[in-house]
Structures are given as C-alpha cells and as structure tokens.
Design a protein around this ligand. Structure first.
Ligand SMILES: C[S@@+](CC[C@H](N)C(=O)[O-])C[C@H]1O[C@@H](n2cnc3c(N)ncnc32)[C@H](O)[C@@H]1O
Length: 98
C-alpha cells in the first residue's frame, strides 16, 4: 500500500498533490467539525487529542481546560471551535513561553 502511495505521489505534479491535500483537509473538517487552521500552527495534531476526548467522554468532566505551551495557537483554535460546536461552556486557559 505504501509503495502504491509513493508511486502515485511521484507521478503527480506538486500542484495536484497540494489540491488533493487541501480537499482531504476540507473533507475531514466537514466530517469532524474541527476547523482547518493555517499550516504550521498546530504542531501536535489536535484531531488526535479531540478524538481521545470524545472516546473517553472527557467533556463530561466538570471544569475548564488549560493548555501549557500554546505556541502559534492552531491547536487550541481547533479545540476551541470543537467546544463551540458541542456548545460546551468551558474556558481554555492558554500559556505560552517566549
Ligand atoms: C510542540 S509545541 C506545541 C504547541 C501547540 N500546543 C501546538 O499543538 O501547536 C510545545 C510548546 O510547549 C512549550 N513548552 C514546553 N515546556 C513548557 C513548560 N514547562 N511550560 C510552558 N510551556 C512549555 C514550548 O515552548 C512549545 O511552544
């Protein structure tokens, strides 16, 4: 499977690959409700964190959220939009080192 993917990647022009990546990101965003953020601003991949929160019903836990190490903020933006969509009245307290 990986060999096929790599062969296709090498055969397609970069512009087509970029469009395919954007279309995939848009599709995933529509399905999950997690917004697309500017490239390079979500270093950790908050889809994984949000998936973990969903599968362990963590939104049911009382209290707000704290993010230590926000950096460019793309990840926390995704988390914030996800909470909005779920109509969760939790605050996210962010901390960033300089
Ligand atoms: C891998 S980046 C993740 C940034 C962001 N959460 C994201 O997902 O895009 C980790 C960030 O945590 C910060 N950091 C590391 N140790 C920290 C600490 N002890 N207190 C606060 N921030 C810390 C770093 O400066 C860096 O900005």
């Amino acid at each position: 499977m990986i060999k096929i993917k790599n062969t296709i990647r090498r055969a397609l022009p970069q512009v087509i690959l970029t469009r395919l990546r954007r279309a995939k990101a848009k599709f995933n965003s529509m399905i999950t409700g997690i917004p697309i953020v500017p490239p390079g601003t979500d270093w950790v991949g908050y889809e994984t964190l949000i998936g973990f929160m969903q599968s362990n019903d963590l939104l049911g836990v009382a209290g707000d959220l704290v993010e230590i190490g926000t950096f460019l903020g793309g990840g926390v933006c995704k988390l914030s939009k996800y909470l909005e969509k779920k109509e969760e009245l939790k605050e996210i307290i962010c901390n960033r080192l300089f």
